[in-house]
Design a protein around this ligand. Structure first.
Ligand SMILES: NC(=O)NCCC[C@H](N)C(=O)O
Length: 269
């Protein structure tokens, strides 16, 4: 995670940021981020990367790269406003002993914002259409030795895959179907049995319920309706609501603010 010392909205690269320039409250953001960090720290060790002035979105560490085992495929950001983050994340990973791989020339790739590991299906879902390019899929597949299933995103509010889809422990998949084109919905339906699909409605989706961090049985998220919370509980998961409204002004919530760097089955690589 990255402390929110320099977090704010100072440019607009997604619809959530529209009209929010200069409207974040630093103390409130710090309190929300700290509550999330403490919730993660109850289950896992939290490593920090130093914040940088003029890189307000560095707090969204999910976008650093895709980590599997001790390998990380670094991001290449679509928007110039975020490109300064790439070398900062590279330096952090190198110092931490990761094998850092640069994406092939050409396609954009926004890390674990768009590439989600589905342990139950032994595959990587890759969101594309707004930030990452589908052209990076064969490289991801070869590098990590896992089937990589591209999914086209069509709603600009759900510009990263982790804003509208979340593989859950136990094999269920939480997702907002309207964020995907028909082919992507068919792809999800062909790979995920109906009893494992949890389709959320728009009211839950805009609360970033899919932007959830699964840690053991706990599911850390900004908010979920009573009905969705009940559905999750029935599957043995405990939704933990952690308000992250300050970060939603920039288009991110719990999952975006974290990057899992160990504990995935990538250890077999
Ligand atoms: N969805 C994510 O994984 N990260 C949120 C990134 C927010 C940032 N303002 C962006 O638009 O890139």
């Amino acid at each position: 995670m990255c402390p929110p010392d320099f977090f704010g909205v100072s440019y607009v690269i997604n619809p959530w940021m529209q009209g929010e320039t200069g409207h974040t409250d630093a103390a409130a953001a710090r309190a929300q981020w700290t509550a999330l960090k403490e919730a993660v720290a109850r289950v896992a060790e939290v490593c920090l990367i130093a914040p940088h002035e003029n890189l307000p979105d560095l707090v969204f560490t999910a976008n650093a790269g895709l980590v599997l085992g001790k390998r990380v495929l670094l991001s290449r950001f679509r928007w110039p406003q975020r490109r300064g983050e790439e070398e900062i994340f590279r330096a952090w990973f190198e110092k931490a002993g990761f094998d850092v791989i640069t994406p092939p020339p050409g396609p954009f790739f926004e890390g674990a914002g768009d590439a989600l590991i589905d342990e139950a299906r032994d595959l990587i879902w890759l969101g594309h259409g707004f930030r990452s390019d589908a052209a990076v899929a064969p490289f991801v597949e070869k590098l990590f030795g896992r089937t990589t299933a591209p999914l086209r995103l069509v709603d600009p509010r759900f510009y990263h895959l982790d804003t509208c889809l979340c593989p859950l422990p136990g094999g269920a998949l939480l997702y907002f179907p309207a964020a995907f084109d028909a082919a992507a919905r068919a792809e999800i339906e062909s790979r995920v049995a109906p009893e494992h699909r949890i389709a959320v409605d728009e009211a839950d989706a805009v609360k970033f319920c899919c932007n959830a961090v699964a840690l053991g049985d706990a599911l850390l998220l900004n908010d979920a309706s009573p009905a969705l919370s009940e559905t999750l509980r029935a599957r043995g998961l405990t939704p933990v609501a952690l308000p992250l409204g300050q970060f939603m002004k920039a288009g991110g919530a719990a999952k975006c603010l974290t990057l899992r760097i160990s504990g995935q089955s990538g250890e077999r690589i």
